[in-house]
Design a protein around this ligand. Sequence first.
Ligand code: MTE
Ligand code: MOS
Length: 750
Amino acid sequence: MKNIDSYTHLRGESLFVDDIITRKDTLYGLVFDSPKAHGKIISVNYSKAEAVEGVIKIFNYKDIKGQNQIGGIIPDEPLWAEHEVHFQGMPIAFIVAESEAIAKQARALIEIDIKELPVITTAKEAKEKGSFINEPRSFSLGNTDNAFEDCKYIFSGNSFSNGQEHLYLETQGAYAIPMENGNIKVTSSTQGPTSVQKMVAQVLGVAMHKIEVDVIRLGGGFGGKEDQATPWAVMAAVAVQHLKKPVKFILNRHDDLRMTGKRHPYDSTFKIGLDEDLNILAYDVEFLQNSGAAADLSPAIAERTLFHATNSYYIPNVSSIVHSCKTNLPPNTAFRGFGGPQGMFVIESAIAEAANNLGIDKRIIQERNLISENDEFPYGQIATKVEMENTWNTAIEKFDLEKTEEEIEQFNKDNKRFKKGVSLMPITFGISFTNTPMNHARALIHIYQDGSVGVSTGAVEMGQSVNTKMLQVAHQTLGISPDKVKLETTNTTRVANTSPTAASATADLNGKAVQKACKSLRKRLLGVASNILMINADDLKFANDCIYQKGKKTDLTWEKVIQKAMLNRVALTENAHYATPEIHFDKTKEKGHPFAYHVYGTAITQVTVDCMRGTYEIDSVKIVHDFGKSMNLGIDIGQVEGALAQGIGWMTMEEIAYDKNGRLLSNTLSSYKVPDVFSAAKKVEVIPLETKGNKMAIKKSKAVGEPPLMYGIGAYFAIQQAVKAFNPKHKIKFHSPFTPEKVLMSLYEE
Ligand code: MTE
Ligand code: MOS
């Protein structure tokens, strides 16, 4: 089944926040943000800006009736700065005017005097100065101190991975309209409608039931709209509370790039110990997370870094620690993989360092240490239904790695200017929110009297096709054709207290709720059919919009059953709640069983480096991925390809740059390069691993949104190999992205 939005997407008919028909009296908002990264606000003079014709009001913290606070995990983030600013782009005031152009004109006239304070832009510097968001977290398994003594080989080093801009096609934005009695309806481009509702209520000082948040769909989120869609919606709502008029606020790309946080850069140090058979006995790692100026989701992201610090390997002795370092950058936030990719890059760096020193292929160490059944993860969960070696061996075999390696060797012998490299990248990614209480969802299903069905869930459609999957679950469970089912917008009034659409778990959580609700409806309606046909309900089944008796079609249709149910006053609506069973985690011990299951896979990446220019091409990425029993292979392969491109971009070309004053330099698409169809990978092949699936996944179809991003890490190491083939003297480094500039330097380093 195709993505149900494909038709309207292609015709430009799909609706996003900016497409909603605005009311005639709509006003437009724009943020005035800090021009300095750190300082005390001495004065702000709004008078010239206020005098501009068409400016209605300029709001600041003094206009807030509730709390000036939008921090989700830690209350450390004001909506609008009061006396201090902590990053360039920090919102200070909100200009509301008759048009966006007028607001822009006014913004340029605001005068601000800031007494500057020292600026921290890197995690290392923050750590030196003791600037942290919270207490560090650490996981441990076994005893690394003792284990290092038993190691034949010990290597240590540093690894750095830079941030990443989400670059969702649709920028952040919201449209808030006044309803009666001070109620407000907000249409927001958010992954977390409930967070928006909660924060709007908190800042306005009103009850949550006065705020309705509606989400049609997102033009991409990638984690960037999990927490960071909130401020803009709240600002629009504050203005509505005062002005009693609709307020629309869509960030332009420049403002969006400057004001929003990105993937966290990580600065890490590692120590890895192996025995003479190349078993990794011990791994010690310290992560410095550049969290930015406020907590945002950083503590949760740091936690996931620890969960994935050993990637796909079983290491009996592990000690890991992560510091969320407070700097003067915009608060960094969720980004596909949620700290997992950063953790995995470090263990891959450690293995590459070991292999390089031992003069062997990285693959040998990887292969020797892959996780297998009943191994223990550092957080105490026992690995079950492990498919790691299965994907690894299948990839090697199906893609004939040996032949590829021989060809590469020959190619590198025959060519001076071009060199090729290949790498294997295994992934193991845990599915569930690491914060156990968040693993729940609800669905509300209405069957209308003509037999058509409306499905509401807490899932937000953002291109990952979760709505298509929800539709599949509903029509298959009810035994009716797909065109009878409609997916409603995500709305806090219909489905409340939702977790954000994140952690790749949305289809599982909401899908299980849809399935549960549909099963209840089906049971009830089979009772109605049984009365009509005078046949035992156990012998009846819905399929193809009809009733079947022991596999034989009867004359009774779905529509007739619904009509009869109406006459008999049988409820045609159902609400269901699903909470993931079996999972638990004890944060005091840092042990438990946090994940419903793991997703596994292996990618083989081949690259060619132009050793004269430092440029490179990703020749191919060949992947064996564990989808379980995919319920929609077209969509799932699309997720693998999209995530892979994003991962390759993060590892090779997307270079976020701030100057020492905390000003974003990569603030345009000419200075921030993302992969396009030519530069991502020339060829991508995905083979679904054949498995039995996992019953914890919706219809045994495993979560797919984030895990494949980490295949992109393979590109870094493939390029590194090609560089080494040209310049064996080069000292390998782990500093991503591996841009052509860095490649060129490495090629000619003495
Ligand atoms: N795919 C598209 N097209 N657009 C997106 O914004 N977000 C990713 C992933 N795939 C995203 C996407 C992220 S960060 C997550 S967590 C998952 O989708 C969320 O959706 P799921 O839980 O339904 O997989
Ligand atoms: Mo995804 S980073 O969990 O929104």
